[in-house]
Each structure stands twice: as C-alpha cells, then as structure tokens.
Design a protein around this ligand. Structure first.
Ligand code: ADP
Ligand code: ZN
Ligand code: ZN
Length: 775
C-alpha cells in the first residue's frame, strides 16, 4: 500500500514546484496563411438550439458561407469565425475555448472535435509556444554612500542629499523623483559624483493584502489556556486534535501558538480547506502578524506564486496559509503545522493524479520536520478520532504487525464551550411531511416563515443552507415522465435561471454542458415540463415572492467564480446590505459573523442519501457546521432544520449537537463492516471513451487481483466489483471501478502498479486511489 502511495506522490513533487522552475508551453491555434486573405461571412448565432443539435450540429443552413466552409460543424465554424475576427488570426487554445463556451455555449469535447476537423481540412494549424517563466520583479533603489561633501555640488544637489538622509538614506528611485520633484538624470549625476548608488532590488509580488486593523492577543478562557499550554510545550513531533465546538475560539489558540515560534525564528504552516473561507481567516492572521503572513492557493497569478516561493526561500520566519497543495511548501525551519477544519474532504485530492490527502502528507511532514501537527475541528473525522484515541492510549496494541508504524504520540484537547459561555443554538427539527399534510405546500415551513418574519422585525441576519446550486436539480415531463439528461453524462441537467430577462438554461454540474431550456418535451413534445428539487436560485425566487422586503444574497460557486468574489460578497453581507445569505456547502466553512442569529436548513434530506459508506459522517459534519454559524455574537441563535425523515439518526444527533454518541454508533457500524477507520480501501478507477474496453479491462484487472490474493487470513483482501461507477458516464467517458478492502494490519503485497497499468489498453486510463473519500 505504501508503494502505491509512493509511486503517485513522486508526481506531487512536480505539482508542487513553482511554475518558474518548470518549462511550460501553451498551445496556440492560427489560420493557415491562405485563409487570412479570404475571410468568410460570419455564420448565424446559435440562439435557442437544443442540446442534441449542439452535439450533432448540422451545417449552417441559410448562411452565406460558400465552398468547403459550408460543411463545417457548428464548433468548427465558430472557431474559424473567432480566428477570422481577430487581427492576426492567432489565439491561444485556452482563450478560444473560453470564447466558445461563453459566446456559443460549446463545451470542450465538441470544441476539440471542431478543432480536429479544421486541422484535418488544412484550414488552421496548431503549434506550441514556449512560455516565458515568471521572473523576479526588480526595481531601482537609490541610497546614500558615506561620501557626500563633494565640493562641486550645487545647492539643489546638497538639498536632495539631505532629503534622502531623512529617509534613512534609502528610497525607490520612482518615489524620490516624485516626492522631491526631481529627475532621474539628476540622481544619476549624484551617482557619478559618488554620493549615492542606484541598485536593482527585488520586490516580491505577494497577493496584495487588504488593510486590516491590527489586533492583540485576547485573554484566553480556561480551556483555551490549557490547550495552548499543551501545544507550546511540544517541541517534537506529535499529533494534536483540537476538538472545539463551533465558536469556541480555536483560531485564537492557533494565533497564540504561532506567536512565540516567530520570535524563535521559526515558521508555521496553516492549511485550510478552501479559499472561500480564507479571506476571513487570513485577515485575522494579518491583524496579528502583519506582513509575515503569506497565502498560497490556486487562484494566485504565476508572478504571485513565484514570489511567494521566493519569500519562503528567504528563510525568514513567516506564516503561510494555504489550501491542500501548500502542504508541500518549502517553508524554512517549520515549527508547527495546523490543519484547520481537518474533517473537510477538500483536503483530499482525487483527481487529477496524484491522489493524496493533505492530512496524511501533513503527518509525514510533521514527522520529518519533527514538529507538532494540530488538527482542529468541531466535528473531527472518524479517522482522526480513532488515530488520536489509539495514540494517546499507551501500549494498547494487541498484535502489532511489523509493518504498521507504532502509534505516534497524540493529544486530545477539547474546547467544549463557546466563548463567553454562549450556548450552542437549539436545533428545531421540522417534519416537512407534516407541513404538507396540514396544507403548507411552500418550501418554507411555518416555523421558518415565522423566523424569517422576525428576522426582519429585529433587524438581525440569517443564513439559509441549500444542498444544491442552480434553480432545480432536474426537469421532467409531466406527460411522459421523461427526464432531461446531459448528452455527455449519465445525470440529469439542472435548470438555471437567474433573472427575469436572462435566458433559461440547463446545465450539467459534472461536465459543464449548457443548453437552452426547451419549451416542449424533447420526447413527446408536451409543453408541461416541471421542475424538481430546489437549488439556491429557486429558494431566492421563492423568498422574493413571499418576503419581498428581505434582501437575500446568493452565495454559491455560481456567484463566487471571480477572484475576490467571496470577500466582496461577505463584506457586503457583514455591512448589512443584505439580510439573508442563501448558499451551499461553502457556508459551512468557518464563517464567523456575529449578527447571524438564524440558520435555516431548507432540506436536509439531500445530504443523507448518498451511495457511500461515509454519507452519514459527512451529513452530520455539514449539519453541525451550518448550525454552528448561528448565535456567535451577543444575541442568542437558533437553527431550523427541515426534513422529510426526522427520525434519521443523523438528524437526531444533529438536533442535540451530540458528536460523541453519533461517533460511537457510526464507528460500531464501520467496525462490523471493516470499513475505515477499521480497514483500508484502495479504489481502482478506470475510464474510457469506449464502453466495452473499459468493462473488459476492469474484469481483467479484477482477475489479476484475485490471482494475487494470498490465502492466509491476516493478509487477504476483499474485492468488491468490478462494477460501473455510481455515475457511469461523465463527459462521455465510461467509468468502472474495483474496490479493495484490506484489514488495517494487512501485510499483503499488491501487484506492481506499473504492471497493472501496462495491462490496460491505451484507450483506458487507470487511477489508483488509496484511502478514497469519494466513490
Ligand atoms: P472557532 O474557530 O472555534 O469556530 P473562533 O476562533 O472563530 O472560533 O472564535 C469565535 C469568536 O470568539 C471570534 O470572533 C473570536 O474573535 C472570539 N474569541 C476567541 N477567543 C476569545 C477570547 N479568549 N476572548 C474573547 N473572544 C474570543
Ligand atoms: Zn414528454
Ligand atoms: Zn455532463
């Protein structure tokens, strides 16, 4: 198992390298020279076409295009049109793809086919262009030398030297010129006389930090003090679980644990699940540590990423806050690693390869650097829960296998109460079946409606949690029952409609396919299409109907796509430009907004029903985290949880915020079935454009694994599958999988990774996911 991990992790080194160290090239597309002189008339735009037509485009009927171009597919003619509209007829493929998707609603697969068609017909060519790696950014600085009493200085020159002296004898040339209204030539003459030197210095392009008010350490509560003492006393490797209920002040403990490290010249790494949660958190770190704080995430520009690396290589003590790949950051003298919201599944990368879990890598890294690792959460993952409990129990290994590592030193720290003994918000569970029986057909229960009404009267703010973005999760025909599906994937298309006059769209949440919403059923032409399942857009629409004075703000991946959007939207919400934040999963991650007193969970059921052994754990974590956004300030909070299955154990546990009993019950189930954390899983994922090839290969590999399986019980494994993946086809690729279930202390030797890969024909790709989270 370790070797499987290792084979893949070698590639991580490449992933983690800054762009400047990798030779990079990008694909460009240009018109063949004889095509530039002969532009064709633009084809008609593609208004109102259905999904099928986009997939199998017809030649442009009625267009004035002549000759060979009249027979191009829609994608191909759109590419040609874009190229011909430009001055040079030469664009990057990336840009063309963006334009195709934005202007013509053409998704990557047909776009690629269109391009191939154009190349085949000799109309365009594609070539690779070397990209210049980012360079350090240099800037000229002027500084005083010791020699400044040259007899032939003019009085103006003497004056300038005096001014420079007032800045500790050191300024950027640009600033000097501007502040003292002088010229570069004047400064150069001073240099010739030996009074100043002009030199190039590097400036680091770090993500510009917004101005934050500085902030001092808070005096800690008793449990915070205890937790901090334990952490600061650790000087070697150890795993620490900081289990603090939502709003218990975990972040304050992190801050105070880091402060003394920086003074000792050491650095700290803080890993967070997603960038959506980082603006608030980074602000809190910047308020405490100023420009010693850097961030590292996927939205940085190449220059920023490059310079963040150079900043780390300076060796100065610093705090790096980053998402999962930051676990590889080359920080100098690492003194502490913190993984906040450690239960969050975005710490796991399952594609592209290499697959890894930042928590595992962080553990290894902490061990290598011999520093403590702090895992923080209000709802620790069952994996961590078991690891910590085993580690803190002494010598409790009945039959240690030679291969499994000895339990590492671990500590369990608990912050059982909110700051200032604020209560956790009570959770009211509403049975939506009962609502229906009593004649309420709205998506809001009477209780939630009343709460929304009160919110307005009391001028407080609230959060509504919805499982899905978009308007409706699927569209179906009331006459024949037909459900509109994605042409590329085995999933239904979601209906999106943002504004009165905006186009009605159907969108695939897996491959991003978009088509216009048909007005009639594509199967039977019936006009009676009905929407099912509410997404964020639908909830906002309903709110606008029922509570016209409430100002809702949609907060999901549709509205936060652009850089900085999370920060902008949250700031506007905090400034009370809105009353209600309506959003998805994103809301669950660490928001700390004291004015929020109401949290409504519109339908908890969508969280519960996943064909996955982790479904309950994940649902429980999400519910507790969403609930935890309520009542974090002076006003007490409340939570209204709407569901069609109030008796479900997850709902019952969430109702009482009962982590302990939920965890015990869940662990018992896992143990019976040998699921993690009491067993290990390895998922073999196969995919191909060819349906039969992938199935045959899956069977072949399963056979191979079966042949390999040893007979003695301690090292054997169980093979589940081969079986089609839950959603068998995504973006036109057919997906099959084989799941291996191994005992924790298994000593089995699995077939060589490369050997298995060689068994696959070239049309089938194989990924091996050790300890998979998504199946
Ligand atoms: P958690 O990360 O556990 O959800 P936070 O660290 O966000 O909790 O703390 C919740 C709120 O309490 C924050 O606004 C924080 O500034 C405040 N806080 C934390 N510790 C203290 C303390 N010792 N005294 C006063 N306020 C505190
Ligand atoms: Zn129909
Ligand atoms: Zn799709």
């Amino acid at each position: 198992v370790a070797e499987y991990y290792y084979t893949q992790l070698i590639q991580v080194v490449k992933v983690a390298l800054p762009p400047g160290l990798l030779a990079r090239s990008q694909r460009r597309i240009r018109l063949k020279p004889d095509n530039i002189e002969n532009p064709s008339p633009s084809p008609s735009p593609l208004a109102g076409r259905g999904a099928r037509e986009i997939e199998n485009p017809n030649p442009q009927k009625g267009s004035r295009a002549s000759g060979v171009e009249a027979f191009l597919s829609h994608a191909a003619s759109s590419i040609l049109q874009l190229l011909q509209a430009g001055k040079t007829g030469d664009y990057t493929w990336k840009y063309l793809q963006q334009q195709l998707s934005k202007k013509h609603r053409i998704t990557p697969t047909p776009a690629r086919r269109g391009l191939q068609e154009l190349i085949r017909r000799g109309l365009v060519e594609s070539y690779l262009e070397e990209q210049r790696p980012p360079q350090p950014q240099l800037k000229q600085a002027v500084s005083l030398t010791g020699y400044r009493h040259s007899p032939d200085l003019t009085s103006r020159q003497r004056e300038l030297l005096k001014f420079l002296g007032q800045h500790d004898g050191d300024l950027w040339v640009d600033d000097f010129v501007e502040i003292y209204n002088t010229t570069r030539e004047t400064i150069q003459r001073l240099e010739e006389k030996g009074c100043v030197v002009i030199e190039e210095r590097e400036i680091l392009r770090l993500e510009s930090s917004p101005v934050v008010e500085s902030d001092r350490s808070k005096s800690l509560t008793e449990s915070q003090t205890q937790a901090l003492a334990t952490i600061t006393n650790l000087s070697n490797f150890a795993q620490v679980l900081l289990h603090g209920v939502t709003g218990s002040g975990k972040t304050e403990v992190y801050l105070q644990a880091i402060a003394p490290l920086l003074e000792q010249g050491k650095s700290a790494l803080v890993l967070v699940p997603e960038i959506g949660l980082t603006p608030q958190l980074t602000d809190r770190f910047r308020a405490r540590f100023g420009n010693k704080v850097c961030v590292y995430h996927s939205a940085l520009s190449d220059g920023e990423r490059y310079d963040t690396w150079r900043q780390m290589l300076t060796g100065e003590p610093q705090v790096l806050i980053g998402t999962r790949s930051a676990v590889f950051a080359p920080l100098p003298k690492l003194g502490l690693i913190i993984l906040d919201e450690e239960h969050d599944s975005s710490f796991k990368q399952d594609q592209p390869v290499p697959t890894y879990h930042a928590r595992n890598v962080a553990t290894w890294r902490a061990e290598l650097e011999n520093c403590p690792l702090v895992l923080g959460s209000a709802t620790p993952s069952l994996d961590t829960w078991v690891t910590i409990n085993q580690g803190s129990r002494e010598n409790n290994f009945s039959n240690p296998s030679p291969l499994s590592p000895p339990p590492s030193p671990s500590h369990y720290l608990s912050l059982p109460e909110r700051i200032q003994s604020r209560p956790l918000p009570p959770v009211e569970v509403v049975d939506m079946r009962q609502e229906l029986r009593e004649g309420n057909r709205s998506i809001f229960s009477r209780s939630l409606k009343e709460a929304l009404q009160q919110l307005q009267e009391r001028e407080q703010q609230g959060i509504l949690f919805i499982h899905r973005r978009g308007h409706s999760t699927f569209v179906s025909c009331r006459t024949c029952g037909y459900v509109i599906e994605c042409p590329n994937c085995d999933v239904s298309l979601a209906y999106h409609h943002t504004q009165e006059r905006a186009p009605e769209l159907l969108r695939c949440h897996y491959c991003n396919f978009v088509s216009a919403h048909p007005s009639n059923c594509p199967e039977c032409s019936s006009p009676y299409l009905k929407f099912f399942g509410s997404g964020t857009q639908r909830v906002v629409q309903e709110l606008e109907k029922e509570f016209p004075q409430l100002r809702p703000l949609r907060f999901d991946s549709d509205t936060t796509r652009t850089k900085g959007a999370h920060r902008t939207l949250l700031t506007r919400f905090v400034n009370r430009e809105f009353d209600l934040l309506v959003g998805t999963q994103m809301l669950t991650k660490g928001l700390d907004i004291p004015q929020v007193t109401l949290v409504g969970i519109v339908a908890a059921d969508g969280l519960l029903h996943f064909p996955d052994y982790r479904a309950s754990e994940r649902a429980f974590q999400t519910l507790i985290q969403v609930a935890g956004r309520s009542g974090r300030g002076d006003d007490p909070g409340r939570v209204i949880l709407q569901t069609y299955t109030p008796e479900h154990p997850v709902i019952q546990a969430a109702r009482t915020h009962d982590y302990q009993s939920f965890t015990e019950a869940e662990l018992q189930q896992r143990a019976t079935l040998n699921y993690p954390p009491y067993g290990r899983l390895i998922l073999f994922k196969l995919s191909s454009l060819e349906e039969t090839a992938v199935q045959e290969t899956a069977e072949l590999l399963a056979n191979e694994l079966e042949k390999n399986e040893p007979n003695d019980s301690t090292s054997s494994y169980e093979i589940l599958g081969p079986a089609p993946a839950n959603i068998m086809r995504v973006a036109n690729r057919y997906r099959w999988q084989i799941l291996l279930k191994l005992p924790l202390d298994s000593t089995v030797t699995l077939p060589d990774f490369n050997y298995l890969r060689e068994l696959c024909p070239s049309s089938v790709s194989l990924t091996i996911d050790v300890d998979p989270l998504n199946m």
